[in-house]
Write a protein that binds this ligand. Structure first.
Ligand SMILES: *Cc1c(COP(=O)(O)O)cnc(C)c1O
Length: 848
């Protein structure tokens, strides 16, 4: 500990409840299955020291927090690998049907705390390290987040694999081993700066390289037509390049610790299939460049959330991980079933997390038709019964389309297969709607207007046996607006599975104070049966419990207040309402609606120092895609307006504004327990589900939100008295747009709104830089205000007043907060996974 700096500015967050409970609850979760040597404090200490000496070559006196992190992780990893082996053996022996979750993103966050909690060893480890003079919470801070995703879609994949392991389902996650995850965000003079995220700089203690399972992936080249065994026409793809896929396995520890599944991530590498012709002709430099290019494939995560990148490298990434994963699945299948494909779709289900891995559909067809030489119809039946597709968005800019020309160049055989799939599909459409060319043009995989494009959504619907949206309203809109004809053509194929979040990470581990209070009150079964939280409802009116619940909230606010001070220097009062909006920065999520309202409060206070409002701290966390200029301007505006308000002594006892930089999973885990208010204010119809809304409500935050995504289902669960709903509904939004929306009507009719927008045009918030925020104003006026910020402003403002009023009544607010936690049972990802299992995957559990 000698090298540890004593005056680190980081706020210390103690996550260590009483240690005498520890060993008992650990044993309770694990039925004595853990090797005895890791059970008690003494043995755990010895294992950590063993790794400190034997793996890290240091000792107790020299070790810094990072060394302790490595040694502690290595101690836990011993157990992880033991369980991984028993799980894999059991899956192999049982030859069970398994789900293969294909996702370009897995936003895993940190794993040490999670793995300790899931093994029931958190308290043991905490006590053991304490005796070594080490603070576990400092050690946990050493772990970089695995930020291999942008936002909700990637975090959903992480919650799903947690639930699959927890419920003993055979499952494997497949994705990309990005060298650089989502950029690290710094704020300089109010503006976002992107810095590279290098999560593996000092080695990652969890991942295991599996060189024995390397796969090769062909790219480019040309297709040869020839005759097969029976004189039939066969196609052979002669690739121009071959890339190696190196698998890295991240163990996924289920809660209770009996099943450990894997997340397998592919890293690209040059195959050594060196282009010698180029080399011999004197092009040594060019040949080297090909080497570099192969390794480029898994280098960076595209930082766009809800926007299609449309870049060649992105398509190559998608094919690269889909092809590696399919080959891996087929290798495993053949070990048990040889060349008999009859049972493939009984054993294998592939879930496509959005259209990013949709190229897997023609890839499986290629393997079945060109390599296995099955006839088309047989191959198509197998393929169609293997894939299921999850739609995550209706935003047109997010619907993936690839130029035919680009696919032709990179995947010359796949474009032929896509055309064949489409040709046969068009015949089906002709049978259903004879002579209707309009429907054909709409449903065709190929978009013919302008440059020819392949529509990955249409390919996914046609090539899957099930398609789901991610919340009731979203699935309804998928059926009625996005794919109405597909719903007629394939009745029953389009369905809903409402998203969920894992309560182990998002309540038990991140909020130990609330978790302990809940367990004391209703027992400790809730992490596996979240419906049990409803037992808290009976205490919602109980003054003693209200006080206990709000005391926990206050403690969590104190912890976050310290973190805010450490990260930004801003002092906030824990007596104020902690009002939190955390999510990617996007116009449809309307951080600028929140900001306009903050400006309104500021202005009201300037005009009337007696303006009645409870003190409120508005806290934001958000990354903007580096190429999304307006999103970056909104971040700049939040920071500039924050500067002004926080330093204005006329109002800063009533309002503070905080932007916490580098929003990510580990920061979310610190913010969510401290939230009084959860901002979920997307334009109705735009947020497919949201999952941040669930995490916050689970931790006792009250939602102010629109009738969008899963907010609707949250409102159904908690009841209208325990949520603040405002704004236009999906139908009203549609009506406004149909009638021709004119934001100037609101601008000229609402004096306050006009003053606020004009304020953005001045240099009040950006002294010496007039116009620095004008593009934000313009987006809501001449830009047409596509997300109806102005149309919803009044309703939002009124709803905020009602919220403020409710908070003044301590008992009423406590009741609302308790009921929010109590009614979140539906939103566990265990329920989502069971819905997938029942409606789509049809899996059996495989207990280890
Ligand atoms: C849950 C989560 C999200 C998704 O939040 P939404 O509010 O649903 O958009 C994004 N990023 C991180 C780090 C998360 O944990």
């Amino acid at each position: 500990m000698s090298t540890q700096s004593p005056n680190t500015s980081k706020a210390k967050v103690s996550r260590s409840p009483g240690k005498n409970r520890a060993a008992k609850s650990a044993k309770g979760n694990l039925n004595g299955a853990i090797p005895a040597e890791l059970f008690d404090k003494k043995a755990f200490k010895e294992t950590v020291i063993k790794h400190l000496h034997g793996s890290l070559g240091t000792d107790e006196n020299k070790a810094d927090n990072h060394a302790w992190f490595k040694a502690t992780s290595a101690a836990i990893q011993e157990l992880v690998l033991d369980r991984l082996r028993s799980t894999q053996k059991s899956h192999y022996l049982n030859d069970t049907r398994a789900v293969h979750y294909f996702s370009a993103e897995f936003l895993m966050g940190r794993l040490l705390s999670n793995n300790m909690h899931n093994f029931g060893l958190f308290e043991v480890a905490d006590a053991a390290l304490k005796e070594l003079g080490v603070d576990l919470s400092d050690v946990l801070e050493e772990e970089p987040d695995m930020a291999l995703g942008n936002g909700g879609l990637g975090r959903l994949a992480a919650c799903f694999i947690d639930s699959l392991a927890t419920m003993d389902y055979p499952a494997i996650g497949y994705g990309i081993h990005y060298e650089n995850g989502l950029f690290r965000q710094e704020i300089k003079n109010g503006a976002q700066i992107e810095r590279p995220d290098s999560w593996r700089d000092y080695g990652n203690p969890w991942e295991i390289c599996r060189p024995e399972s390397i796969q090769e992936v062909p790219l480019f080249g040309y297709v040869e037509t020839k005759y097969g065994k029976n004189g039939n026409i066969q196609k052979e793809w002669h690739p121009g390049e071959i890339v190696k896929g190196v698998p890295w396995d991240i163990p996924v520890v289920g809660f209770g610790g009996s099943t450990v599944n894997v997340l397998r991530l592919w890293q690209s590498q040059s195959s050594g299939h060196f282009n010698w012709d180029v080399f011999n002709a004197g092009g040594y430099v060019d040949a080297q460049r090909e080497n570099v290019q192969a390794e480029t494939i898994s280098k960076v995560l595209y930082p766009n959330d809800e926007t299609e990148a449309g870049k060649e490298l992105r398509l190559i990434q998608q094919y690269f991980f889909s092809a590696c994963s399919l080959k891996d699945i087929i290798r495993r299948y053949k070990r048990a079933h040889g060349d008999n494909w009859d049972r493939f779709s009984e054993q294998v289900v592939v879930q496509l997390n959005d259209t990013h891995p949709a190229i897997a559909i023609p890839e499986l067809m290629r393997i079945l038709v060109d390599r296995a030489e099955l006839d088309w119809d047989t191959a198509w039946n197998i393929s169609k019964n293997t894939f299921a597709y999850t739609n995550h968005t209706l935003l047109p800019e997010a619907l993936e389309k690839w130029p035919v020309r680009m696919i032709e160049k990179i995947l010359p055989r796949h474009i032929e297969i896509i055309y064949e799939i489409n040709h046969r599909f068009m015949q089906e459409v002709e049978r259903k709607w004879p002579g209707n060319n309009e429907i054909k043009a709409k449903l065709s995989i190929i978009e013919e207007a302008g440059e020819k494009m392949v529509r990955m959504g249409n390919l996914s619907v046609i090539g899957s046996f099930a398609v789901n949206g991610v919340a009731e309203i979203h699935s309804k809109l998928v059926k009625e607006n996005l794919f109405p004809e597909f719903d007629q053509l394939y009745p029953g194929k389009l369905t809903n599975v409402t998203n969920g979040v894992t309560p182990r990470r998002w309540l038990k581990a991140c909020n130990p104070l609330l978790s302990d209070l809940i367990s004391k009150k209703i027992g400790d079964e809730w992490p596996l049966q979240l419906d049990k939280l409803d037992d808290l409802s009976q205490y919602a009116d109980n003054k003693t419990f209200q006080n206990q619940f709000m005391r926990v909230k206050l403690k969590n606010k104190e912890i976050l207040a310290k973190e805010i001070k450490a990260l930004t220097g801003i002092e906030v009062s824990t007596k104020a309402i902690f009002d939190i909006q955390i999510k990617r920065l996007h116009e449809y999520k309307r951080q600028h609606l929140n900001l306009l309202h903050i400006m309104a409060l500021y202005r009201r206070l300037l005009e009337n120092s007696e303006y009645d409002m409870h003190p409120r701290v508005f806290i934001f966390g958000a990354k903007a895609a580096p190429g999304y200029a307006l999103a970056k301007t909104i971040i700049y505006a939040i920071n500039k307006i924050a500067d002004k308000i926080n330093n204005d002594n006329r109002v800063n006892h009533k309002i503070k504004v905080v932007f916490l930089p580098n929003y990510r999973v580990s920061l979310a885990e610190k913010m969510i327990p401290a939230a009084d208010v959860s901002q979920q204010i997307s334009t109705a119809g735009k947020e497919a589900s949201g999952t941040g809304n669930m995490k916050l409500a689970l931790n006792g935050a009250v939602t102010i939100g629109t009738l969008d995504g899963a907010n609707i289902e949250i409102a159904e669960e908690v009841g209208d008295d325990n949520i603040f709903i405002f704004g236009k509904t999906v139908d009203e939004v549609a009506a406004i747009n149909a009638a021709g929306y004119n934001p100037y009507d609101y601008y000229y009719q609402n004096k306050e709104l006009k003053a606020l927008l004009d304020w953005l045009d001045s240099d009040y918030f950006t002294p010496g830089q007039p116009g620095a925020l004008s593009s934000l104003k313009n987006s809501m006026l001449s830009g047409g205000d596509p997300y109806l910020v102005l149309a919803d402003f009044d309703s939002y403002s009124e709803s905020n007043k009602a919220l403020d009023e409710a908070y003044k009544d301590k008992s009423r607010w406590a009741k609302m907060a308790i009921l929010n936690t109590a009614k979140m049972g539906k939103f566990t990802s265990d329920r989502s996974i069971n819905d997938y299992v029942d409606r789509i995957w049809k899996l059996e559990k495989c207990k280890v």
